[in-house]
Design a protein around this ligand. Structure first.
Ligand code: ASP
Ligand code: MG
Length: 406
């Protein structure tokens, strides 16, 4: 008998009808002779709704109470799904994160899983019950409820699959798999049969919303085979594994994109050696996430520095830089809004030179100005004006032959 972890996202459990559909999916897996652990998200957009309620009371609610509030969303779903399974004659039991032994570090709002005590889940599985676990939540050693960051139910599922040594982890969602780019914006986007952990990690980090990046990290570290598939349509999904099968020898496997990016420029840094480290240490201490960084030296010997951030972080970033102006020693600050990041990702880049060159050529041919560039072994990202984002995505998707009509 095998063990399968199934995860169902918010849309898949968005109504009673959908929960019944999920119950059928669970039953099918059980009838195949497998033990099943199910991880669920909160119903539909209910987490957003809870966030809104909190904001009506306070602009900056306490992080502890936010976790207390947000963790209730998943608790609704586990109970309803368990009832649905029992109604269909299956033995099932629901567990909150802490009942399932999910221990996290003591951080509210974005905690990492530290360990999982699997005894309670295993004991229930051994009696043949389906165990339904609330995603996105855990408990600290001190007994405080924590959440894993938005989209964190994926991570619960993969971490449980790793801890229980499950045979596979199926992530059921509202799309049929991982696509070459977002099919909501690019009609020609094609579903991929397989993607490697590294490629998926890049794609998830670069804005492809289909999987929580930390879930992919877990899957890679513990070699959990993941399948992303639809809970509504019975279609083969996308397998995420160590070595993805090369489809049509593609060098680039996907195009990811993200809007709401701002470029901050710090001009006239006099002592660039120390000020660079001071600037980024100060920003990090204030939990401000910096992405692409570019530094150039001027003729006078001072340096100019540009970096990209999420637009939401702009006010805070400017505040921190201005407060520390004397210590940082710069002349002027500048910010450019309404930018976007477009990235191409593919393991094939390692052995195929000229991919970045081709990307720049395609963008130039489409009159798209590049503001910043960053690369890794398997990705090239460019920052462009937001108004050019989709044009860039479409042009690259076509130039790298990712579409259906090839
Ligand atoms: N319910 C949480 C969220 O909306 C966690 C999840 O769905 O994965 O972010
Ligand atoms: Mg999700």
């Amino acid at each position: 008998m095998g063990l399968v972890v199934q995860k169902f996202g918010g849309t898949s459990v968005g109504s009673v009808e959908r929960i019944l559909n999920v119950a059928a999916c669970v039953r099918e897996e059980k009838e195949r002779g497998n033990n099943v652990v199910v991880v669920v998200s909160a119903m539909g957009k209910s987490t957003d709704q809870l966030v809104r309620l909190a904001r009506e009371i306070s602009e900056e609610p306490s992080k502890r109470e936010m976790d207390m509030l947000l963790s209730t969303g998943e608790q609704v779903t586990i109970a309803l799904l368990s009832m649905a399974l029992q109604q269909q004659g299956l033995e099932a039991v629901s567990f909150t994160g802490w009942q399932a032994g999910i221990v996290t570090e003591p951080v509210h709002g974005n905690a990492r899983i530290a360990k999982i005590n699997t005894e309670a889940v295993k004991a229930q599985l051994s009696t043949g019950k389906v165990v339904i676990v609330a995603g996105f939540q855990g408990i600290t050693e001190e007994g405080e409820i924590t959440t894993l960051g938005r989209g964190g139910s994926d991570t619960t599922a993969v971490a449980l699959a790793a801890a229980l040594k499950a045979d596979k982890c199926d992530i059921y969602t509202d799309v049929t798999g991982v696509f070459t780019t977002d099919p909501r914006y690019v009609k020609d986007a094609r579903k991929l049969l397989s993607v490697s952990y590294d490629e998926m990690l890049e794609l998830a980090n670069l804005g492809a919303g289909v999987l929580h990046p930390r879930a992919v990290e877990f899957a890679k570290n513990y070699k959990v085979q993941l399948v992303v598939r639809s809970s509504m349509e019975k279609e083969e999904g996308t397998v995420i594994e160590e070595e993805a099968t090369m489809e049509q020898n593609l060098v680039v496997r996907g195009v990811a994109f993200e809007d709401e990016i701002t470029r901050v420029t710090v001009l006239g840094l006099t002592n660039s050696l120390t000020s660079l480290s001071t600037i980024f240490t100060t920003l990090a201490q204030n939990h401000l996430n910096v992405d692409i960084i570019i530094q150039s030296t001027t003729e006078s010997g001072s340096a100019n520095l540009s970096f990209s951030i999420h637009t939401n972080d702009l006010m805070e970033t400017v505040k921190v830089l201005e407060e520390n102006k004397a210590e940082l020693g710069y002349e002027q600050l500048d910010a450019e809004n309404k930018l976007a990041k477009v990235s191409i990702v593919g393991s094939g880049m390692i052995s195929n030179p000229g991919v970045a060159a081709k990307m720049f050529k395609v963008l130039a041919e489409n009159d798209i100005q590049i503001k910043m560039v960053s690369t890794s072994e398997i990705k090239v990202s460019v920052v462009v004006e937001e108004k050019n984002m989709l044009k860039a995505v479409e042009a690259l998707h076509e130039a790298f032959e990712l579409g259906q009509q090839q």
